[in-house]
Design a protein around this ligand. Structure first.
Ligand SMILES: Cc1cc2nc3c(=O)[nH]c(=O)nc-3n(C[C@H](O)[C@H](O)[C@H](O)COP(=O)(O)OP(=O)(O)OC[C@H]3O[C@@H](n4cnc5c(N)ncnc54)[C@H](O)[C@@H]3O)c2cc1C
Length: 465
């Protein structure tokens, strides 16, 4: 893959500017609520707690820096859906899907308002998302999907093959489904840094470079043990702790059955020249995604680069996460080859930024929320690749567990129920790998799902990127 600049493991978003780091925790501290993890979930939880009780003493403890995890590495599609799509919501929560759909749309509007009202410059573009079919069998599925979304009160537009190809010039498209109102595009690292700034202004205290090593139940609350990068120990006593550590949550044993970390990879190109942009169309700058099990998502950045990600979804045994997995040359090559097949007119596009990140995947593709350790520890994770928008809503639930136990939202099955647990190793690796292979086989076989996938579908268990 030719490249003018050396490829960097860090994401394109995080590479742009290094804000000053908050100090690590040294010694002992106290708080009403301590939040573990400074990604979207942790930052929104701080903000939502302070929105309800501005006097609350909130501390955020982050092992690296704001946005280090999936938050600083994602595609920047900020979607309304809380349920990984309307169809998945209807499959798992038929009685609640309509309400959840409305909650998601309201959550997206509140996110956009928050960004505007707090002067967060995160290159937000309200372009909507255009899903693209690349197989004749998907055309009717797209028509049905548009009808379904419309029936749930969402604006959605079906595009036939000509219209889809006119929008974004690839011979592959057979249809499109445009969702103008259910997705905005943004720079996730700028959003995360903006949220951290506002949380700080509202009184939250952030400790970066501080890893939480253990939680202990103590009289009246919880003790959070920490270690700074140099190994210096610390502790925070608080009434409550919120675990917002996403795909890294294996450090807390009781969360391990609930998720698997699945690595997803991204390329970002050099800025398109005007002739290159003309060659691809894409004048409306929507977020784009194809509709296969192994799918690509792609978008334009503010400086007109292409971000092209997805397809491979890689599980490393024993819930493996860490910098060793941030680069995967075989996947980078595959992504670049898939790009060339999709857009042969831009086959020579160069990709100076390439990286990977871990996605907290649940067996039902939707978040899992709950309380443990006598109710003193709240957790929120498992967005399965759609947490940029949904994390704000989950943060509202984390807040409700602590400050508003009477909230009706806490009674939802979506909130109370748990996903089917993943088995321990070695079955976990074997299971994930088998399902991944079956999904690839279904894509290669006109979308026809084999017996294993049909059985898992029947049980409400699945797996994709
Ligand atoms: C490549 C990729 C593309 C994606 N694209 C999209 C997209 O376009 N749209 C979308 O909606 N979603 C997308 N996602 C998913 C989305 O990024 C996540 O759902 C979301 O960022 C999750 O936020 P979080 O705060 O829960 O987790 P994270 O951002 O992972 O934050 C967890 C934080 O916890 C910290 N931490 C972990 N362990 C400890 C510890 N022991 N002590 C202290 N701190 C700790 C980590 O350092 C990290 O900063 C994508 C994800 C990836 C990886």
């Amino acid at each position: 893959m030719p490249s003018a600049e050396p490829a960097r493991a860090v994401s394109y978003w995080l590479a742009a500017g290094e804000p000053a780091r908050a100090p690590a925790l040294a010694g002992a501290a106290t708080a009403d609520v301590v939040i573990i993890g400074a990604g979207f979930t942790g930052l929104w939880t701080a903000l939502r707690l302070l929105e309800t009780d501005p006097a609350l003493k909130v501390a955020i403890v982050e092992m690296e820096h704001v946005g280090f995890g999936a938050t600083g590495r994602n595609g920047g599609f900020c979607q309304a859906s809380l349920t990984h799509g309307l169809e998945n919501g209807l499959r798992h929560y038929p009685d609640e899907a309509h309400l959840l759909h409305r909650e998601g749309m309201a959550n997206l509007r509140a996110t956009v308002d928050f960004v505007r009202d707090n002067g967060i410059e995160c290159d937000l573009e309200a372009t909507g998302e255009l899903s693209l079919a690349d197989h004749p069998r998907q055309v009717d599925e797209f028509r049905e999907h548009v009808e379904l979304a419309t029936a749930h009160g969402e604006r959605a537009v079906f595009l036939d093959g000509d219209a889809a190809r006119a929008e974004v010039h690839s011979p592959r498209w057979t249809a499109g489904a445009w969702h103008p109102d259910s997705c905005v595009m943004l720079d996730p690292a700028k959003l995360a840094r903006g949220l951290a700034r506002v949380a700080h202004e509202r009184g939250a205290v952030l400790y970066e470079g501080t890893r939480v090593t253990a939680l202990e139940r103590v009289a009246g609350g919880i003790r959070v043990r920490t270690a700074a990068a140099d190994g210096a120990p610390g502790e925070i006593r608080a009434r409550y702790a919120v675990v917002a550590t996403s795909a890294y949550s294996g450090w807390l044993g009781r969360l391990r059955p609930l998720f698997v970390p699945v690595y997803d990879y991204v390329l970002v190109s050099e800025p398109l020249t005007p002739p290159q942009h003309d060659a691809i169309g894409w004048r409306n700058r929507q977020g784009l995604a194809d509709a296969n099990n192994q799918f690509h998502y792609f978008r334009l950045t503010a400086d007109d680069r292409v971000l092209w990600g997805g397809f491979d979804a890689v599980y490393h045994p024993h819930n493996g996460v860490g910098p060793a997995y941030d680069r995967r040359p075989a996947t980078f090559e595959r992504l670049a080859a898939n790009w060339r097949r999709t857009f042969p007119q831009l086959a020579d596009l160069r990709w100076p930024y390439r990286w990977g990140g871990a996605i907290d995947t649940t067996s039902r593709f939707t978040m899992t929320l709950g309380q443990t350790m006598g109710g003193r520890v709240v957790y929120a994770l498992g967005y399965t690749g759609l947490g940029v928008g949904a994390s704000r809503w989950a943060a509202g639930i984390a807040r409700d567990f602590i400050l508003r136990p009477e909230s009706d939202l806490l009674r939802l099955r979506f909130v109370r129920s748990r996903p089917v647990p993943f088995p321990p190793e070695p079955l976990r690796s074997l299971g994930v790998e088998t399902v991944r292979n079956e999904l690839a086989r279904a894509d290669a076989n006109d979308g026809r799902r084999g017996r294993l996938l049909r059985t898992l579908d029947g049980l409400g268990i699945g797996f994709d990127s």
